[in-house]
Design a protein around this ligand. Structure first.
Ligand code: HEM
Ligand SMILES: [Mn+2]
Length: 470
């Protein structure tokens, strides 16, 4: 039976075409792979025919020797849960449209944004991206491929990275390498550099994951995180059998975080809204939409909602944004049915599988109450990564039509840009200082503290395609 893309997949009982699909799909797409230690290598292939052959040999060797399937990843997770058995490192590979061209592969994934690439002026304009010349040097030129090597442990990741590098032919250049380093708060939840729990809200593609969410977190009866496979998987047209060989479009963005500026902005907003004492923490929550510990601002006026971090909420009891501002990052990027421009079912289609990892080292504790001057102003950030089945309707839509659009969501007053990731001119926004109150205060714009320093669009093909290159 053909792979049913219209719903979630029960992987433990998958058979036939669905089982083959899992055997040939890369890990980390349907479910996040452990990757607190991550190396991201950006590659460029050589120019001539011989170089293309060498690059193909490299990709096939990676698939044959270093990569595992989505199926194996899921089995490893089960084994770990059952017996604590450790898993193997993740190796993932993606190609840009230019990469397919350089390899001389005729069948190329056809997503329009992918074909244009992130370097294209039209893409840059659409996303309101800074000029490519301001990106880190490794991202100035044409990128052909990305290789991700990830593991829970540094040692295993580094060993695997060195094995991957040893396979590289001389004609393949490493243009850039990023080092992802996961961070956790005192409860062991993953956080980003501004100090907030991240990676919590995700579309879930596996029926088993939806069940786990239902039974071992705050539930799924208010916000249903399930998403059909069609929201992440795409037939791999270059593979031997696109009916069972699938891949996914992969967005990578190196987003530098000026933590000092952001933490100052939290203080400034608390001041502008007249928040006092512990309640000053609410300023940052108004920017993100969750408190640092992940407590959703729309459900609670203070932090402390117990672990596991809640995700079973919508904005239905907060349609006037008296609790959580319209412009808060998580309300802009997932209005949960309250955006006002689309039917809730259509609005959900913009969600993507986020797989980001922080990068950069710092001396201070992100959650400590220290003056902004003691915070890093550069050198740290988020390696934003996400899997999409349609870049234009997911990542690009979220960035351009939601985050960068001052008129989203539909509201009595213009919400303004997403204070975290919005790109473009910022104007003042409205806030309700008293949680659930009626009085509104206008505060100056939160300054931009996230800057894109690199990135591209890739397709992460099936293992069958990669092996077929030999
Ligand atoms: C440095 C940049 C960024 C930071 C610091 C950041 C931070 C966060 C945090 C703290 C959360 C809440 C945790 C969670 O619900 O998982 C979150 C959620 C989210 N972010 Fe970001 N983010 C960044 C970039 C982006 C970008 C570039 C996009 C997309 C264009 C994005 C889209 C989302 C989405 C869709 C959610 C989930 C919202 C929900 O379902 O409630 N983020 N982000
Ligand atoms: Mn704080």
């Amino acid at each position: 039976m053909a792979v049913d893309l219209t719903s979630t997949l029960a992987w433990t009982t998958a058979s036939g075409d669905a089982a083959t699909m899992l055997d040939e799909l890369q890990p980390n797409i349907l479910k996040a792979h452990a990757r607190d230690h991550l190396s991201v290598l950006f590659l460029r292939f050589g120019e001539n025919r011989k170089d293309a052959a060498a690059a193909k040999g490299f990709l096939a060797a990676l698939a044959n020797q270093q990569m595992k399937s989505a199926k194996t990843q899921l089995q490893e997770i089960s084994a770990f849960k059952a017996a604590g058995t450790g898993g193997t490192p993740y190796v993932g590979v993606g190609l840009t449209a230019a990469g397919y061209h350089a390899l001389g592969v005729k069948q190329v994934p056809q997503d329009e944004s992918f074909l244009r690439g992130m370097r294209d002026p039209a893409t840059r304009q659409k996303l309101a991206d800074p000029p490519r010349s301001t990106f880190d040097p490794g991202y100035h030129g044409e990128i052909h491929a990305v290789v991700l090597i990830g593991d829970a442990a540094d040692g295993a990741m580094t060993a695997r990275r060195n094995e991957v590098l040893a396979l590289l032919p001389d004609s393949v250049t490493v243009l850039a390498e990023e080092a992802g380093l996961g961070r956790t708060n005192s409860r062991g939840e993953g956080i980003e550099h501004f100090g907030y729990v991240d990676g919590r809200s995700q579309p879930l593609f596996l029926a088993e994951d939806v069940d786990a969410e239902k039974n071992s977190t705050d539930g799924i009866n208010v916000w249903d995180p399930s998403a059909p496979l069609s929201q992440v998987l795409v037939a791999d047209v270059a593979a031997p059998d696109p009916a069972v060989h699938f891949g996914s479009y992969f967005v990578f963005r190196k987003l530098e975080q000026n933590v000092r500026r952001f933490k100052q902005a939290e203080l400034d907003l608390a001041g502008a809204l007249g928040l006092t004492g512990d309640d000053r923490e609410r300023a940052g929550a108004m920017i993100i939409g969750r408190f640092e510990d992940g407590t959703p601002l729309t459900t609670q006026r203070e932090d402390g909602a117990e672990s596991p971090v809640s995700n079973n909420f919508t904005y239905d009891s907060d349609l006037a944004a008296a609790k959580c501002p319209f412009q808060a990052h998580i309300r802009k990027t997932n209005p949960r049915g309250s955006g006002g421009f689309e039917e809730p079912a259509d609005e959900r289609l913009h969600l993507m599988a986020r797989r980001g990892v922080p990068y950069g080292e710092r001396a201070d504790d992100p959650n400590a109450d220290v003056p902004p001057a003691q915070r890093p102003s550069g050198g740290v950030g988020l390696l934003f990564m996400a899997f999409n089945s349609a870049l234009g309707n997911q990542f690009e839509f979220t960035q351009a039509t939601w985050a960068d659009n001052p008129g989203f969501p539909k509201a009595p007053v213009k919400p303004g840009l997403d204070p975290v990731i919005g790109q473009g001119p910022r104007e003042s926004s409205e806030y309700v200082p008293g949680w659930g109150g009626t009085t509104t205060v206008t505060a100056p714009p939160v300054p931009q503290a996230v800057t894109c320093k690199g990135g591209d669009y890739f397709f992460m093909p099936s293992l069958a395609f990669l092996r077929s290159l030999a």
